[in-house]
Structures are given as structure tokens and as C-alpha cells.
Design a binder for this molecule. Structure first.
Ligand code: SF4
Length: 379
């Protein structure tokens, strides 16, 4: 895939799509490109690790944030990645794929992997199996995807993910919309992105508001789900672009992963949610880090997670505490509610493949250090 080169933390360069071009682009749906598996600026090839790639902007943001250690941990490879434990597909995405590049896990929602590229690669990413390597999991045939969605009127929401959809050009995104917007039962289009954090200049593209206006004119709601792990990641540039697009009617939600030595601190998360609320971005999901191969060192035990979430909620106003603490399990989205005095962890299905489970509260005996549903014994 050709395009603008991005400087890595070690001064190496990787090819990125020409995402900021904005004008004069061909309106074609994108195709996946090739990638490398190098990390750390050395010669080591590590299977299923994304490339080490950091934008110049994020490098500057790390230095000026005052939170260098936490932010570096998000993007810098470490020897901990070489540990063997964990899985490559913790949420069962392979089983939920109905057309190449389209997943249909919950009736109302479709998820399209529009690219395997990001501006920078988060070391904790649960899709690290596919990032930056020309993955066959990304969408190629949008006509086939649209045909599937048309046959499923229960699907009213589509999430464009990857990779980061905003590594595609605005013209390429229009090419995807050509297929999706004519589908009458689609009510909202979501974009999951960290581009405003890693490369806010992408959101300075003068053509971008027109993309969201087009969605609105088609009678659908554009939603951007912004991925931010730490308040130090929120630059003035990011905030300005978010505010500008919000004033044009784009809804912004927020998601983060709870991570050891990044944001496992009530003060940090409180500051993050309060700042997002002030920007008009609604905190939506705080994810338990998944047992991803090469990323398990980010996991925080569930008992500690409950303590952190309780401490955060004691500090926030009702308007700010709009997030749910969620384990995105292969069976569904499981909200972590509380650790009882009976040493049982109380949980609730927020979303589930088996619709009968939605809303059901259940409990498991808590085992010290457990980080995932499967670590908790039945009974
Ligand atoms: S930006 Fe999103 S998709 Fe890309 S590496 Fe980070 S978490 Fe994964």
C-alpha cells in the first residue's frame, strides 16, 4: 500500500496510506496491503506482534504530556510481549465472521474490518494478530457485505473498525458509504478510532466534515468512538478537532482499556473521564484487558478493577460516570458489577450472543489474581 511515510520512535519508517489527502481522491473501497512483523527497531521477527510504529505527533505528545512512562508503555514494544501465554482471538471473531471482513455477533450490530493499518500500534491491541501485515481478515468485497446486511433487517448499526478506519482516505471512506448508505434499515454508522490521538492532523482534513454530513443527509447518525487510555494522550489539537466535528452533529463516545501501569489508578481515570466529559465525549466502555497472546502483562486482576471503578465513581458526577466496566468475552459483553463480601464476583450480560442471557446477573467465586471470566471457577 503506497503513501506517506511515518517516522517510528527509532527513526525507522513504515508506509501509511495517504490518509490526509482529502481532496481529489478516487472514491473506491479500500483493499488490504502488505506489512511487516518487525518490532523494536531490531531484526527480531515476532509472530503476531504489530510493527513498532509511532507518529512524530505522538512522540511529541509523550514528551510534553508529563506522563512519559504510561504513554510509552502503550506504544513501545517490550520483552514481556515474548511470553507465550494467551490467545490470538479472545472474542471469537473468527466464528462471528459471516462474510470476509464482516462480523455479526449481536443481532443489531455489524462490525466491518475496513483496514489492518493504524497510525501507531498499541501493544495491548486484541487484534494484534492482524495489524499491519496485509491481513486476509479485512474487507475486500463491500458489495457482498452490503448484500448480507440487506438480508438482515435486524442489523441497524454498523461499526467500521480495523485497524483504524481513518488511515483510509476520505475518498476511500466515501467508497464504503456508497455501499452502506442506501441500506434503509441502517440507523447509525460508528467509527472506532484513535487517529485524533495519534495523528490529529488527519481530522484537519477539510473534506472530513462532508463525510459525516453525507451520513446525516442519508438519515443516519454518525458516531465516532474515540479510543483514549490516559488523559496525557489528549492534546489541544485532538480536542479542537473533536469540538469542531461535534458542532457539526457528530456524536462522540469514548472507550478505553484498563491497563496495568498505564491507567490502573483512580486518579488517572477520573481525570480522563472528567476531561472527556468537558469535551462533550461520553465515556462508554472501560474494557477489561483481554488475555491476548503477547499482551497479558497489561491485565489488571478483576478484584482490583472493581476497586478502581468504585473509587472512580465516587469521584465523578452522575453526568460523567456513564461508562460500563466490561469484559468483551466470546459469549458476549459481560459487565463487571461488584466483588461481594461473600468473595463472589457479580456480573451481568450487557450484550450476548444468546439473547436470553442479556440482563442476567450471575456470580462466580473470585479467585485472587483472576483477570478473565474463564479464570473464575463455576459454582
Ligand atoms: S489504534 Fe485501535 S486497532 Fe490500532 S492498534 Fe490501537 S487499539 Fe488496535
Amino acid at each position: 500500500m503506497g503513501g506517506r511515510p511515518a517516522r517510528t520512535a527509532k527513526g525507522r519508517r513504515h508506509s501509511l496510506p495517504a490518509a490526509t489527502a482529502g481532496q481529489g481522491e478516487a472514491r473506491t473501497a479500500p483493499r488490504a496491503g502488505g506489512g511487516t512483523g518487525d518490532i523494536g527497531g531490531g531484526r527480531t521477527e515476532v509472530m503476531c506482534s504489530p510493527p513498532h510504529q509511532v507518529t512524530s505527533f505522538y512522540e511529541r505528545q509523550i514528551r510534553r504530556s508529563g506522563h512519559q512512562e504510561a504513554l510509552r508503555r502503550i506504544v513501545e514494544p517490550s520483552a514481556e510481549e515474548l511470553r507465550g501465554a494467551g490467545e490470538l482471538d479472545t472474542s471469537g471473531e473468527h466464528d462471528d465472521t459471516v462474510v470476509p471482513g464482516l462480523q455479526h455477533k449481536y443481532p443489531q450490530t455489524g462490525l466491518i474490518l475496513v483496514t489492518d493499518r493504524c497510525y501507531a500500534y498499541c501493544r495491548f491491541c486484541f487484534r494484534k494478530r492482524m495489524l499491519g501485515r496485509g491481513s486476509e481478515e479485512t474487507a475486500l468485497d463491500y458489495a457482498a457485505i452490503a448484500a448480507y446486511i440487506r438480508r438482515h433487517p435486524e442489523m441497524n448499526d454498523v461499526l467500521l473498525s480495523g485497524g483504524d478506519p481513518f488511515t483510509l482516505t476520505t475518498g476511500q471512506l466515501h467508497g464504503i458509504l456508497d455501499h452502506l448508505l442506501p441500506i434503509p434499515h441502517l440507523a447509525s454508522l460508528r467509527f472506532g478510532t484513535k487517529a485524533p490521538v495519534y495523528e490529529p492532523g488527519r481530522f484537519a482534513d477539510a473534506a472530513l466534515p462532508g463525510l459525516f454530513e453525507r451520513i446525516q443527509k442519508a438519515g443516519k447518525t454518525p458516531v465516532v468512538v474515540l479510543h483514549v487510555a490516559h488523559p496525557g494522550e489528549l492534546s489541544a489539537e485532538c480536542e479542537a478537532h473533536v469540538r469542531r466535528l461535534r458542532s457539526g452533529g457528530v456524536q462522540f463516545l469514548h472507550q478505553a482499556v484498563l491497563m496495568r501501569r498505564v491507567n490502573d489508578d483512580p486518579e488517572v481515570l477520573t481525570a480522563l473521564f472528567a476531561r472527556l466529559h468537558a469535551m462533550g465525549v461520553r465515556p462508554y466502555y472501560l474494557f477489561q484487558a483481554r488475555p491476548v497472546k503477547g499482551a497479558m502483562h497489561f491485565q489488571v486482576p478483576l478484584g482490583r478493577g472493581v476497586e478502581i471503578v468504585c473509587a472512580v465513581n465516587r469521584r465523578l458526577t452522575g453526568l460523567e460516570k456513564t461508562f460500563r466496566y466490561i469484559m468483551s468475552h466470546s459469549t458476549g459483553k459481560v459487565e463487571v458489577l461488584a466483588l461481594g463480601e461473600d468473595n463472589r464476583l457479580y456480573l451481568r450480560y450487557h450484550q450476548a450472543k444468546d439473547l436470553e442471557r442479556i440482563g442476567r446477573i450471575f456470580s462466580r467465586p473470585y479467585r485472587q489474581g483472576a483477570c478473565w471470566l474463564d479464570d473464575l471457577p463455576a459454582g
